[in-house]
Design a protein around this ligand. Structure first.
Ligand code: AHG
Ligand code: MN
Ligand code: MN
Length: 345
């Protein structure tokens, strides 16, 4: 917006992400500042990844590496670049006990030459990477836990496979028409937009709450024949059957973008079990670094998340890459999905 002089009008208070995180830290008098600095490191990783995604077509980073990851999926060059950026910005700080990444089959240990710290960072370095070649929004998703094993030792599998309920902070960075950092450390959800001219994330979406009136449902209807009768019934209901709300449909195929829209517009995103597909009996999404961080954010924003029966945050992960069906959005819609699944299977 311009004022009388043609200059850009600044909002009343200019809150950078650094200032915001530091002010939140003051709510915890015993905080050492480690969590604050991890969040800042992730924000920096986000800026670096954004600079790669925005130049993707120029810098020869489109396409695949010709490798298949632990998930059996093609690794895109940008998956690898993003994974490297996140690991290298966090491996030497002495703040982390270990890391978990979608792109690595095992725990990412802190190299022996560096000290370990008291937190564990799990991430999906680039979510929606099958969309990169088409210039569609992608994102980074992360969750932070406190370690369980003693400080000073290597992080363990137990440190890395904690329930979502014990998340200390989580968030995502969305590389869309603008780059946004959305996070919660448990008191509220706040969104920051990257001003590319000054290279700073500025608070643009304070205290995000999911709107009470849902607008869209979001799921890959191409797989509907693989869904259980309960999920099919729910899909009819959101479109107006049996007195359902008659929502519009939006599906990008980058969960982080589908989630962000659901959070701001109201509605539901779901990726159910594909019960007839041997490859995806539990759907596609991973508990530790996709489902749990977004469930945590949605609950903090007044919405709900479920695997069809219970909150994913209450599931004990059975490994680093545990997959689970996922429903996330307005409480009433998630409850209705659970109800149909209970009733019809
Ligand atoms: P990733 O790119 O990290 O492997 O995740 C992709 C996921 C998620 O972003 C999205 O919701 C889903 O894949 C889309 O899958 P479909 O193409 O099966 O709908
Ligand atoms: Mn993903
Ligand atoms: Mn990914």
């Amino acid at each position: 917006m311009a004022n009388g002089n043609g200059a850009r009008k600044l909002p009343g208070q200019l809150v950078t992400i650094e200032r915001h995180i530091l002010e939140r830290q003051k709510l915890h008098p015993d905080a050492t500042g480690d969590l604050t600095r991890i969040l800042q490191d992730i924000a920096l990783a986000g800026k670096l990844i954004a600079s790669h995604t925005t130049q993707a077509g120029l810098a020869e980073v489109l396409g695949t590496t010709n490798e298949i990851n632990v998930q059996g999926e093609e690794v895109q060059k940008l998956d690898e670049i993003s994974n490297d950026i996140l690991f290298r910005l966090n491996d030497h700080t002495g703040r982390l006990a270990a890391m978990v990444s979608e792109e690595a089959s095992d725990i990412l240990h802190i190299p022996d030459k560096y000290p370990t710290g008291k937190y564990v960072l799990s991430f999906d370095p680039l979510d929606g990477s099958s969309n990169i070649d088409y210039n569609v929004s992608v994102g980074t998703i992360f969750a932070i836990h406190r370690r369980k094993s003693p400080i000073g030792e290597r992080g363990t599998l137990e440190d890395c496979t904690q329930k979502g309920r014990d998340i200390v902070a989580a968030g995502y960075i969305l590389y869309g028409s603008s780059t946004m950092f959305v996070y919660s450390a448990g008191h509220s959800v706040n969104g920051f937009t990257l001003d590319p001219q000054i290279g700073e994330f500025i608070l643009s979406h304070p205290d995000i709450k999911i709107p009470a009136k849902p607008k869209y449902f979001s799921a890959n209807l191409g797989y509907q024949q693989h869904w259980s009768p309960g999920v099919q019934k729910f899909t009819g209901w959101v479109q107006g059957e049996d007195g359902g709300p008659e929502l519009g449909l939006r599906y990008i195929g980058s969960m982080v973008a589908d989630f962000h829209r659901t959070l701001l517009s109201g509605g539901i995103f779901y990726y159910p079990a594909n019960i007839h597909d041997k490859k995806r009996p539990n759907g596609k999404l991973r508990l530790l670094y996709e489902v749990n961080p977004l469930s945590f954010i949605m609950e903090q924003a007044g919405g709900a998340a479920s695997d069809g029966h219970q909150s994913p945050l209450d599931i004990q992960p059975n490994g680093l890459h545990h997959r689970t069906p996922f429903f996330v959005g307005n409480k009433e819609l998630v409850a209705q999905a659970e109800k149909f699944i209970e009733q019809y299977g």
